[in-house]
Design a protein around this ligand. Sequence first.
Ligand SMILES: *Cc1c(COP(=O)(O)O)cnc(C)c1O
Length: 399
Amino acid sequence: MSRIDEELHDELESLRTKGLFRQLRRVDSPQSPRLEIAGHAFLNFSSNDYLGLANHSVLKQAAIKAIEKFGTGAGASRLVCGSLAPHHELEEVLAEFKGVEAALCFSTGYAAAIGAITALTGKGDILILDKLVHASIVDAAHLSGATLRIFAHNNLESLEKKLQWAVAHTKESANRKARVLIVTESLFSMDGDLAPLRNLVDLKDKYGAWLMVDEAHATGLYGEMRRGLAEELGVTNRIEIQMGTLGKALGSAGGYIAGSRQLIDLLINRARSFIFSTAPVPAAAAAATAAIAVVRSVEGEKLRQRLWTVVEQIKREVVGAGYVLPSVRSAIIPLILGNEEKASAGAELLRERGLYVPAIRFPTVPRGKARLRLTASATHSAADIVELGAALAELKRRN
Ligand SMILES: *Cc1c(COP(=O)(O)O)cnc(C)c1O
């Protein structure tokens, strides 16, 4: 082995001994209730394709049409080679769907977080994050150069203390007023619990801070028009920056920021992950536009109702197998097993039984909080869920 490989091998070995080694598994089928892996069918309880749109004919047709008209690649950054029509159509539809003036799409949700947070905050500003926010937000915060404060998960008292600290410590800089930006998720990605958005907007108003909410797992699922949790709680126009992904319930790929026209114009001028990156492929934008149309239609409501039925059935099986569950209604159902090896072994046992459920470990979740993360889809059948229940019961017996 070469010197670099020897060194890397040691590092990988140390991951293996801690139960933290990860590997890719090739899938030869679309994301759907069954995945084909190495010639075998696995029941899929791992995808964030909550409404089953990733393999939906309307989205596929929209993508094919966009490829035929606009080709496969976007050519360059939208500021360099011109901005393709499918991106503009998507942004208009997104802004209307989210109930705001404007939206901007990015190549991924990760890039949206990086671009927005680093464009809006820098040295002299203060960022206040919920302890459990997604890695994209944490990375953006570090990159921004702003002073970072973390509040205890969904804990308003802890947040208020950080806000009081922030107000006392913001200095007027030469260029502009120092900013205080709170960032949280509406539905947390690994625990499936909800942020108290009404209290959060009251608090940020009280202290003159701004609020950014990542609706990655709530878009398409919550609210009368399925716009997200901000809609459900009636706080859409009190949130300065809405963020999300097109890759989960919307079954496509890409990320977005939605808000005022001024916000979006600033991001076009300042968000480096937007400016210095080739635009998303037109097919992805067209598929996302079609996804929003499906979500807003009668079919979207039916898919959501179906999803909640599946969630209730899964929870019944999980509780029947002897596991304890949080009480919120979400399509993310975590079975917290504790140590890393236990979660890995659990996922392995389920795979032997033909079920694909990911073990979520450090650093995605804190050490000692390793879990199996079940996700529900509107496309799961009652028989799929019974099969899951039987496998979970066996897992419980062995543990
Ligand atoms: C998945 C996810 C992202 C990133 O979105 P991608 O489009 O997958 O890059 C951001 N925030 C949260 C909470 C997520 O779960």
